[in-house]
Design a protein around this ligand. Structure first.
Ligand code: HEM
Length: 387
């Protein structure tokens, strides 16, 4: 990428990718940082769903699991565990929200809030205190969330190594003394990953990977939901939209996974370009969600579009086809519950936010301050946050 392009990308990554789309006339765009991206929404959808393009194991798990079946089993086991644990999540969430200061810095506050609400589901309270402390420290100090400075990233490597070592000991212990029912995400993973196929260390890595795969996009999506709703409504009255529609529209408007990468499995022609095996071809949920002709006024933030089926185009925040996110429905519930808890009896305003993202682990809002004050409008105003 040339320096001017780098600056333009950093200033506003989404405006940059939009300008690439508008300048291009072909269905597939060459990306300045390497690889290609599909420009056309229908072709994107076809590719995500095509068995020819999505063969074998999903890249999501790196090489941690031996087969596609093992990948699917882990995804479903974690999803089922989270779904069954929603009441415990609600209790911890309310506690974390009640301790939020009147003014908080986001998106960092979202990271803390979401991790606190989920930490006992990632590692249950009976786990040795040292291992839980190590996990909490990892979440706060750059192992979960991208750290901006080089020295922070170097420290994160050390914390990561310590956490994996502690988790590996814990996996060994739990495999010798298995639980009848999953008490946390580690048990859920161990229920489907047997010693003969997945080593103790790999199971530990898998636990960390899945913890991040849950906490990171939920935190960023919560920050987007709060920011976008505040920016698009006056603070003088309750938000006019139910919380679940705000979440869905935020996930459309600013999808945290803004690019889904695939390596082309074998020589093929796509959108007029001849691809060789191993070349990178991405599909962009952001471009798909902002495609003219697919959505009514795609560049407007309008939670109410979700009450009308004719307003919807292809919605791929959670992917589509064989590698679709198994946690999509539970993620929507976790987010809706969090937004509802934040707005319950409270009025939210933001200072300093704008809709341009930074690209860290996906698209994340730039820092803003959230003010949360006791609600002061009439007691019959009940629509905010969908309560
Ligand atoms: C807002 C929250 C979330 C977002 C935006 C999100 C998004 C995604 C996306 C886009 C993919 C597909 C990647 C691709 O096609 O390359 C994916 C895969 C996956 N997600 Fe999520 N996800 C979220 C939360 C969760 C949760 C709560 C779970 C817990 C079960 C989860 C588990 C997974 C797994 C296991 C996969 C891999 C699926 C496979 O390849 O078989 N995700 N996620």
């Amino acid at each position: 990428m040339r320096p001017g392009e780098k600056r333009a990308f950093r200033r506003d990554p989404l405006a940059y990718i939009d300008s690439l789309r508008h300048r291009s006339t072909t269905p597939v765009i060459r990306l300045p940082w390497g690889g290609y991206c599909v420009r056309d929404a229908d072709l994107s959808q076809t590719l995500l769903r095509s068995p020819e393009y999505n063969t074998g194991k999903s890249r999501f798990f790196n090489d941690l699991l031996p087969t596609r079946q093992a990948q699917t089993e882990v995804g479903h086991a974690v999803r089922d565990f989270l779904r069954a644990s929603l009441p415990q999540y609600g209790t911890e969430l309310n506690r974390a929200v009640s301790e939020l200061p009147a003014a908080s810095r986001w998106p960092t506050a979202a990271n803390t809030l979401v991790h606190r609400s989920l930490s006992h589901l990632l590692l249950h309270p009976g786990t040795p205190a040292g291992t839980r402390r190590s996990a909490d420290r990892a979440a706060r100090k750059g192992v979960f969330f991208h750290a901006p400075h080089t020295w922070q990233r170097a420290r994160a490597e050390i914390l990561r190594a310590r956490l994996i070592s502690a988790l590996t000991d814990e996996v060994r212990h739990r495999r010798d003394h298995p639980a009848a029912e999953p008490r946390d995400l580690l048990d859920a993973v161990l229920h489907v990953c047997h010693r003969t196929e997945v080593t103790d260390r790999t199971a530990a890595e898998l636990h960390l990977m899945m913890s991040r795969a849950i906490v990171v996009p939920i935190s960023a999506s919560l920050a987007w939901s709060v920011l976008l709703a505040c920016l698009h409504h006056t603070p003088d009255s309750p938000w006019p939209w139910p919380a679940d529609r705000i979440v869905r529209e935020s996930l459309r408007f600013r999808p945290t996974p803004w690019m889904l990468g695939r390596t082309v499995p074998h020589s093929m022609e796509i959108g007029g370009v001849a691809f060789r095996p191993g070349e990178l071809l991405s599909v962009s949920p952001y471009l798909i969600h902002h495609a003219d002709g697919q959505w009514t006024t795609p560049d407007d933030f309008r939670p109410d579009r979700w009450s009308d089926p004719d307003e919807h185009g292809h919605y791929v925040t959670f992917g589509a086809g064989p590698y679709t996110c198994p946690g999509a429905a539970v993620a929507q519930t976790l987010l809706t519950d969090a937004l509802t808890a934040l707005t319950r009896d409270a009025r939210l305003t933001v200072v300093g936010g704008d809709t341009r993202p930074v690209m860290a682990e996906g698209s994340v809002p730039r820092p803003f301050t959230l003010h949360r004050a006791p609600r002061c409008w009439g007691s019959d105003s009940t629509s905010e946050g969908g309560d």
